[in-house]
Design a protein around this ligand. Structure first.
Ligand code: NAP
Length: 309
């Protein structure tokens, strides 16, 4: 029987692990399919306090894990298949094995959204990607025109990173103004290798018949004009959706699938707490995820202490 199982190993998960470990609860962290979470797909993190020169995303997550493990947190490289939160102890099925636990901290984070246009899924890993830092250096993208879709911080970051490899980076955005923070937007727009294509959406990725990306079909949302833009890669950076499907019907989720917290980090099920991007569609920062991981750990610890007198 576990005291606390933390589902997810991003900033929220490892911070919750650090705090529950220091409370002597020996937390078990289920890493999921992306150990370290979304931050491991970022190159340099410049806005996590304490790192004046920035820090590599993977390195930051490795440090968080080490820090939590130093106090007794345990990592299990498992993926949650099923969660029975209808009664306590809660039962989690992880890669076919059952784990019983007194409390759960959901820190499953969010995943990249897809465009949902023809050709996208067929050409995923064949030129369509959701992570420039993971795939940008591949030979197929070198000295080739590349497309980044989106107008947020992620799109700017991806575009800037890709300037190291591509011949030109088209930043395709559906409006005429970036949503990104000013510093990221200014950096992207000042880069001579980045060409913004405003008011434009990708309507199709070509060419599945050749089993590789050769171009995208674009539509100008104001004029309706359609064009074909040759490129060797499409980097989709249009935001994220919460990883909460496994909890549907068990805890309260909002219309977009985000966990609805009540009174701090509690969920609709007593003993189940939530932290990080799976409950946050507003701030979505590494540091806010870490902060909510801390809060969820404290709430879980107090919940157990109240029960045990
Ligand atoms: P985001 O801020 O939600 O931006 C998503 C972008 O994609 C928006 O420009 C949106 O257009 C566009 N978009 C959404 N759905 C689309 C669709 N179906 N087709 C075409 N375009 C679509 O997401 P994000 O950039 O991934 O950032 C997420 C969070 O992480 C933010 O809070 C951000 O600050 C943070 N972040 C920070 C950094 C950093 O500070 N270095 C780096 C990465 C991420 P509209 O503008 O029209 O809505």
């Amino acid at each position: 029987m576990e005291n606390v199982v933390i589902i997810g190993s991003g900033c929220a998960g490892w911070t919750a692990a650090l705090y529950t470990a220091r409370a002597n609860l020996q937390p078990l962290v289920l890493t999921g399919t992306q150990p370290g979470g979304l931050l491991t797909t970022t190159s340099i993190v410049e806005n996590f306090p304490g790192f004046p020169d920035g820090v590599n995303g993977c390195e930051l997550m490795t440090r968080m894990q080490k820090q939590a493990e130093r106090f007794g947190a345990r990592a299990s490289f498992g993926t949650l298949e099923e969660a029975d939160l209808s009664r306590r102890p809660f039962v989690l099925t992880v890669d076919g094995e059952k784990i019983e636990t007194e409390t759960v901290i959901i820190a499953t984070g969010a995943s990249h959204k897809h465009l949902g246009v023809p050709g996208e899924d067929l050409l995923e890993t064949k030129g369509v990607t959701y992570c420039a830092t993971c795939d940008g250096a591949l030979p197929v993208f070198r000295n080739q025109p590349l497309v980044v879709v989106g107008g947020g911080d992620s799109a700017c970051e991806e575009a800037l990173y890709l300037t190291r490899f591509g011949s030109i980076i088209y930043l395709v955005h559906r409006r005429d103004k970036l949503r990104a923070s000013k510093i990221m937007a200014d950096r992207a727009l000042a880069n001579p290798k980045i060409k913004p294509l405003w008011d434009s959406v990708v309507t199709e990725v070509l060419n599945p018949k050749q089993d590789k990306v050769t171009a995208v079909k674009l539509k100008n949302v104001k004029s309706g004009a359609e064009t074909i833009l040759d490129c060797a890669g499409v980097f989709v950076a249009i935001g994220h959706g919460p990883n909460t499907a496994v909890f549907k019907g068990q805890i309260d989720l909002d219309a977009n699938g985000y966990v609805v917290p009540r009174k701090g980090t509690m969920t609709s099920v007593p003993g189940v707490f939530v932290a990080g991007d799976c409950a946050d569609h507003v701030y979505r920062q590494a540091v806010t995820a870490a902060g909510s991981g801390c809060a969820a750990a404290i709430d879980a610890e107090r919940f157990l202490a109240a029960e045990n007198g």
